[in-house]
Design a protein around this ligand. Structure first.
Ligand code: TYM
Length: 337
């Protein structure tokens, strides 16, 4: 990445390596990352530290982390333009997270809806990391003087907390942190499950028909769209109470670039069957090049590691300044070696 941090605004975002990314991850986040890297200084991280808040198989996590890097590159993240690294390769994240946890209230963390959801789903493992997860996320963002954080809407509450922590810390110690703004897409900020359009599309869904994985083949994608749950109406239009169709229209709009009015016109007089097939084909066409590129890249571990090593070096360099400032502000004695 060019070192013109002074002029361009800084973008940071992360993604958990807990499985193959879904169409939700792609439309809610990754697609925007790709577009933003043209105009901003972008830093993207595969957040393996976050992933272990839920029990992971170590060998599988290692593979998924490398695959995640390959998938981001295949999706268009360009290491010449953006910094890409594995979160555990920069220890500053864990270090700042500890400091910030001393400036975060128990009550604030208790209100996080993701914590409530996940502790219900993993009732046998409600660990402290699951609870303090948003503090680590705040550290990720604040380390890099981030201006903008491109995420799906499910991360909005975490981002608001990061802003509150930054403002609180700045209130005590002066201007240490940049207070970040969320960057949430207008369409597809929350892609819903194809099997249950009241639920978010998620890679951890037990029902594989609910989500499109970025590595699903063409036939699978089309089959899943054909089976997508809709309603008893027959007319393709965006309206209250039509969550299944609204979701398909949003997906189609994000992928094709057509607005809702154009889509409604395109399917005037046609049924849901035609519409679902068309959305399926459009998504399959969009994902095919990603799958092909992934097949090549995922075999080249040396290349993936070289991208991440360079990314981590850059990330360490950038974040060291923030961490040193924070350590000084809170009253730690500077190490002499
Ligand atoms: P994660 O790994 O769950 O998801 C990565 C990104 O994908 C978005 N996303 C969606 N967008 C639209 N519709 C969906 N169905 C959908 N599912 C997921 C998420 O909003 C996210 O942008 N805590 C974060 C990772 C993280 C992070 C950060 C993000 C760690 N540190 C710092 C930003 C900044 C997470 O679990 O995302």
């Amino acid at each position: 990445m060019e070192q013109n941090t002074e002029r361009k605004k800084v973008i940071f975002s992360g993604i958990q390596p807990t499985g193959v990314f879904t169409l939700g991850n792609y439309l809610g986040a990754i697609k925007n990352w790709k577009e933003l890297q043209e105009d901003y200084n972008c830093i993207f991280s595969v957040v393996d530290l976050h992933a272990i808040t839920v029990r992971q198989d170590p060998a599988a996590l290692r593979k998924q982390t490398l695959d995640s890097v390959a998938l981001l590159l295949a999706s268009g993240i360009d290491p010449q333009k953006s910094v890409l690294f594995m979160q555990s390769h920069n220890s500053a994240h864990a270090e700042l997270s500890w400091v910030l946890s001393c400036y975060t209230q128990f009550g604030e963390l208790s209100r996080m809806t993701q914590f409530k959801d996940k502790s219900q789903r993993h009732a046998d493992n409600i660990n402290a990391g699951l609870f303090t997860y948003p503090v680590l996320m705040a550290a990720d963002i604040l380390l890099y003087k981030t201006d903008l954080v491109p995420v799906g809407v499910d991360q909005k509450q975490h981002l608001e907390l990061a802003r509150n922590i930054a403002e609180r810390f700045n209130g005590v110690y002066g201007n240490v942190f940049t207070v970040p703004e969320p960057y949430i897409p207008k369409i597809s900020a929350k892609v819903m499950s194809l099997a249950d359009p009241e639920k978010k599309m998620s890679k951890s869904d037990e029902n594989i028909n609910g989500f499109i994985s970025l590595l699903d083949d063409r036939d699978t994608i089309i089959r899943k769209f054909k089976r997508a749950v809709t309603d008893s109406d027959t007319c393709v239009r965006y309206a209250e109470g039509k969550s299944g169709i609204n979701n398909l229209m949003s997906i189609y709009s994000s992928v094709s670039g057509k607005d809702f009015a154009a889509i409604e016109k395109e399917f005037e007089g046609k049924g849901y069957g035609d519409f679902k097939l068309c959305v399926g084909e459009c998504v399959a066409d969009a994902l095919a090049p990603i799958r092909e590129e992934f097949a090549k890249l995922s075999k080249d571990k040396a290349y993936l590691m070289s991208v991440c090593s360079e990314g981590a070096q850059f990330a360490r360099r950038l974040s060291r300044r923030t961490l040193e400032k924070v350590y000084h502000k809170v009253g730690f004695v500077k190490a002499e070696n």
